[in-house]
Design a protein around this ligand. Structure first.
Ligand code: PXL
Length: 279
């Protein structure tokens, strides 16, 4: 069924390296949703493993882009934000959301992984992102980001009680629904926990031994597209988790492809799967 929904994704453009906008735009579009982009910065590559990348901040362009869209009466059915790059972007994003968004604000904090912040980010960036996360209708943090947002110690394999505390903390922060990522009981397992309307639902699966770059963005993009197409929250998160697993699996034996995951050949099958789930 054709969709009239349009979404806006706000994140950097890493020209090479399969993350942020170069993942979100193709995935969400291929899954049938019109996707507008607002790049907050342009980098030659992502920052995780490449050296000497370029970085141009585009935040000064945002107010005039928003003013033009407002004048043209352009509105969105959802906004999905990822890696922004500068703490001042948060203010612009919140203003844009209040003016142009008629649907949910979906926030992937996208500032860290494996217990550490990405290069270039500090406590002030986390503080600014916490403000954006407090306004999220759906928040998509991994465990590292959740712990940093709440200023609590990171533990790789949190207990059920610790997961409950994190969900409570993020709810108190202001997030209306949460998809917490990267949860397993040991190194062989990973998964997600979805929390909405006071109900917690866990989904765990095998963890592949290789951890890959850009997978948070692949997850978020599939999640957003599935949700806007009409799948329920848990089903959208499961679809995204399964797809991310398959993309890592399709890449893990190729040492030349260390910088991202080969998701493109899997998109047709994913589209068919979502069509089937919606029937
Ligand atoms: O995948 C998140 C991401 C997005 N954008 C840039 C990054 C990263 C992760 O490292 O460096 C520029």
């Amino acid at each position: 069924m054709p969709s009239n929904q349009k979404i806006l994704t706000i994140q950097d453009i890493s020209c090479f390296g399969q993350c942020s906008t170069t993942v979100a735009l193709p995935i969400i579009s291929a899954l049938g949703i019109e996707t507008a982009i607002l790049p907050t910065a342009i980098l030659s590559t992502h920052t995780a493993g490449f050296k000497g990348f370029t970085f141009r901040d585009l935040k000064e362009d945002i107010p005039s882009i928003v003013a033009h869209w407002e004048k043209e009466n352009i509105r969105f059915n959802a906004i999905y934000t990822g890696y922004l790059g500068h703490q001042d972007d948060v203010k612009e994003v919140l203003e844009l959301d209040s003016k142009l968004n008629e649907g949910p604000l979906i926030v992937d904090p996208a500032f860290g992984d494996n217990g550490a912040l990405y290069g270039g980010f500090d406590a002030n960036y986390v503080k600014a992102m916490a403000k954006l996360c407090s306004q999220a209708d759906i928040l998509l943090p991994n465990l590292t980001e959740a712990c940093a947002l709440l200023n609590i110690p990171y533990s790789e394999y949190p207990s059920d009680e610790q997961i409950d505390e994190i969900l409570l903390g993020l709810t108190k922060l202001g997030a209306k629904a949460i998809v917490l990522k990267g949860l397993g009981k040991d190194h062989k397992q990973t998964g997600i926990t979805v929390y909405s309307n006071g109900i917690r639902q866990d989904y765990r699966h095998d963890r592949l031994s290789k951890s890959s770059h850009g997978t948070g963005d692949v997850f978020a993009s599939v999640f957003v597209a599935s949700l806007i197409r009409g799948l329920p929250l848990l089903e959208s998160a499961k679809t995204a988790a399964d797809f991310t697993y398959q993309a890592i699996k399709a890449t893990q034996n190729d040492p030349t492809h260390w910088y991202g995951v080969k998701y493109e050949p899997l998109l047709t099958k994913l589209g068919n799967k979502i069509d089937g789930l919606l029937k």
